[in-house]
Design a protein. Structure first.
Length: 341
């Protein structure tokens, strides 16, 4: 009897040892990911980004090109592809392009080095590697890392879960969460092709010989039609105590209607909004101070005391000497036609 018990005990210990030997450790997976993702000469990916911060989820398509060392092209479009913006990094700098409005803004920025983006796999690899407190587990056919975020939203959205296919070692999903661990942004990677590169010329800012982007005429006509309608005012949908709207006024500048909202209390800021006007893409890109920032709904330009962006045919500008960058982003991301009045 003792012999049988001893054999059974030995068998159980052997199985446990073999199981442990076959399991991948956190360090092993991090090393594999670093070798596979970071060492690639370039990649192309397609993803879908869902933002759940409003009343209804907003869904965007994301297409990324990256060629080492510093070439990037990120295109973000809404579901009907009517509203598209791009971030392009080439040898001349970093640009934010809005094709429908023929507008291009140039930044002297280190993006994305200092502003992690969850749809850039190099950023995900760095987030995993540098967060020494990151947790790791296996769920079915996936590895799951939970790490700190390191982008401009990190105060509002401090953690993320990164799901990686065990077989391909490619990301499948990223879930970005608020401080209550509620998912606010979900990214689904539909296609990731490592090793694909593009020539430097393919990262240039494209312009047609006439300087007119395709579809410009239609855009101008649509804008003129909208001018005849009543412009809706956007307000921030915030849940900040002791912050209230103390003034709202409408002014005209060169025949253009502008709405100015002023907020006071524990936090003070001003929001200026007006309809976007198509630009002339034949001119040199306009230099914009600060850094490009992904607001989810749009790509904006942020400095220590201001944030500007274009969304839904409107131009917005936030100015404040008391809000942090994260708080300005929170205001921008919450703007709706039925917010905090």
């Amino acid at each position: 009897m003792k012999s049988r018990v001893a054999k059974l005990f030995f068998l159980i210990v052997t199985i446990l040892v073999l199981s442990a030997c076959g399991a991948d450790s956190k360090e092993d997976v991090v090393k594999k990911l670093s070798n596979k993702w970071v060492d690639a000469k370039g990649y192309v990916l397609e993803a879908e980004m869902s933002i759940m911060t409003g009343e209804e989820p907003r869904v965007y398509g994301v297409e990324v090109w990256h060629t080492k060392p510093d070439f990037y092209r990120v295109q973000v479009s809404d579901t009907n592809a009517e509203n598209t913006q791009m971030i392009i990094r080439n040898t001349e700098g970093v640009f934010v392009v809005t094709p429908a409005l023929n507008k291009t803004y140039k930044f002297q920025s280190k993006w994305p080095t200092e502003n992690s983006q969850a749809y850039l796999i190099g950023s995900l690899a760095n987030d995993i590697k540098k967060d020494k407190t990151a947790t790791f587990k296996e769920e079915g056919d996936k590895y799951v890392f939970e790490t700190k975020t390191s982008n401009n939203h990190k105060t509002m959205l401090p953690t993320q879960k990164i799901y990686i296919n065990k077989k391909t070692l490619l990301p499948t999903d990223v879930s970005i969460m608020n401080e209550n661990k509620e998912e606010q942004i979900h990214i689904t990677f539909k296609k990731v092709s490592l090793g694909k590169t593009h020539a430097a010329a393919e990262y240039k800012i494209e312009q047609t010989p006439t300087g007119k982007a395709e579809g410009t005429e239609e855009t101008v006509e649509t804008s003129a039609e909208i001018d005849n309608a009543e412009m809706e005012t956007y307000y921030p949908m915030l849940k900040w105590d002791q912050v209230h709207n103390i003034d709202e006024k409408v002014v005209e500048v060169d025949g253009e209607k502008r709405v100015i909202l002023t907020y006071s209390g524990d936090k003070e800021f001003t929001i200026i909004q007006h309809r976007s006007e198509p630009g002339d893409s034949s001119i040199i890109p306009v230099f914009s101070p600060g850094d490009p920032v992904d607001l989810g709904v749009a790509i904006g330009a942020i400095t220590d005391q201001s944030l500007s962006w274009e969304q839904d045919g409107m131009s917005f500008f936030i100015a404040s000497s008391t809000l942090t960058k994260e708080e300005m982003i929170e205001v921008a991301a919450s703007m709706t036609t039925s917010g905090l009045k």
